[in-house]
Ligand binder design. Sequence first.
Ligand code: SF4
Length: 245
Amino acid sequence: MKPAAVHEFYRRLSDVNPEPSTELKYVNAYTLLVAVVLSAQATDVGVNKATGPLFKVVDTPEKMVKLGEMGLRDYIKTIGLFNAKAKNVIALSELLIANHGSEVPQTREELEALPGVGRKTANVVLNVIFGHHTIAVDTHIFRVGNRTGLAPGKNPLEVELRLEKVTPPEFKQHAHHWLILHGRYICKARSPDCWRCVVAELCAFKPKTPAPDSAESQKAKAQKKAAKKPAKKPPARKKSKRRAA
Ligand code: SF4
């Protein structure tokens, strides 16, 4: 995508949502860190359901350590991989107390040294809490980057580095949230809503999805239905009665 188109791409997303934010619920830097660790391979909605009651009673590393691994598991057992995540959250809370004065560190190196914290989690915390211009590439951003031609890449790191290179400075602060929300609600994995997409003219994805009630869409549905119908069986041949010789 040419630089002018990239600028227009972000300008349109920023027009729709000038102040985007994370959909994960949190009450301070520590609870955001915990929420992001819990969100690996889980939906924000699912994480929020579990952390709502949890963060009412636990909002510091000390309280988390006191709750313990077993106690934490009870709160987060609806989230995938909850056993491993509970272990990591307790271990990272102990490390925050021991090495960081119970505060969330502000550098990528220190964050990534915590159990359960990878590059994506570190990027989210650095961006949301500390205002760094980081872009955490999750499954939605990876898809949007590749599908639109904005930042093609074979893996999340390639897409991240490409996005860092092409995103104009004035859009870097919110780029992560614009792209993630665009991927989650418009440029969806199975069937993107191209018909109501504000960046459609700029996007390289050719088979644009038509509006559900358009003639084009109705025709495609009818063709799909027809293809699914089992072919009619040919009429059974009558057995010829042979006369006994
Ligand atoms: S036009 Fe379609 S494929 Fe392109 S960004 Fe919009 S929703 Fe995604």
